[in-house]
Design a protein around this ligand. Structure first.
Ligand SMILES: O=P(O)(O)OC[C@H]1O[C@H](OP(=O)(O)OP(=O)(O)O)[C@H](O)[C@@H]1O
Ligand SMILES: Nc1nc2[nH]cnc2c(=O)[nH]1
Length: 183
């Protein structure tokens, strides 16, 4: 892996989790899912954009019968008192009675999934679990629990492996974290 820092626009990031560490953890997660979902033909629903690389790597590690579908969540400022409204674009798969595994790149505050989960439950799936590449436990503000988490990380901004800073950095093969000004 590249052990040097990278600058994206106005911010500098330093290496945080290596490609090998990522590959090993994702392989472990896939093995666990293979075991837990044997015979249940789960449907993975990956939340775009950030999860596309994690979803591809995880999916390739599944040897059980499994499907995958993608949704993009668009946020709008609504006029209702709930404030943010999340609309799922591409929720065309019939998920009734299916075992659903939601695939996220990161759970930060948990707001995105907190708002999306009712949409999933409203379609009467057989079961729902969440798998996430990253989680920031100290940033969590909603009651959202992932069954599978590759890495719990500190509450700082990260990029790479699908995650962006202002649209850039998604193609970095490992994970980078915002450099402290003091470093
Ligand atoms: O737990 P939360 O605080 O809601 O944050 C997590 C969400 O933030 C990121 O999405 P983002 O809005 O950056 O869109 P992107 O995936 O298209 O980059 C990420 O993909 C999660 O969906
Ligand atoms: N790229 C990126 N997107 C996020 N969305 C929520 N938290 C993060 C983060 O730390 N990095």
């Amino acid at each position: 892996m590249t052990a040097t820092e990278v600058t994206i626009l106005d911010k500098t990031f330093v290496p945080y989790i290596t490609e090998q560490e990522i590959a090993d953890r994702v392989a472990d997660m896939a093995a666990q899912i293979n075991k837990d979902y044997e015979g249940r033909k789960p449907l993975l629903i990956a939340i775009l954009n950030g999860s596309f690389i994690f979803a591809a790597d995880l999916f390739r590690g599944l040897h059980i019968d499994a499907g995958i579908s993608f949704v993009k969540l668009a946020s709008y400022l609504g006029t209702s008192s709930t404030g943010k409204v999340v609309t799922a674009i591409g929720m065309d798969a019939n998920i009734t009675d299916r075992h659903i595994i939601i695939v996220e790149d990161i759970i930060d505050t948990g707001k995105t999934l907190h708002e999306f989960l009712p949409e999933i439950y409203g379609r009467n799936p057989a079961s729902v679990s969440i798998t996430t590449f990253l989680s920031k436990p100290s940033a969590l503000q909603y009651d959202v629990k992932a069954r599978y988490t590759a890495f719990d990380i500190e509450n700082k901004f990260v990029v790479g492996y699908g995650l962006d800073y202002n649209g850039l950095g998604r193609n970095l093969p490992c994970l980078y974290i915002l450099k402290d000004r003091s470093e």
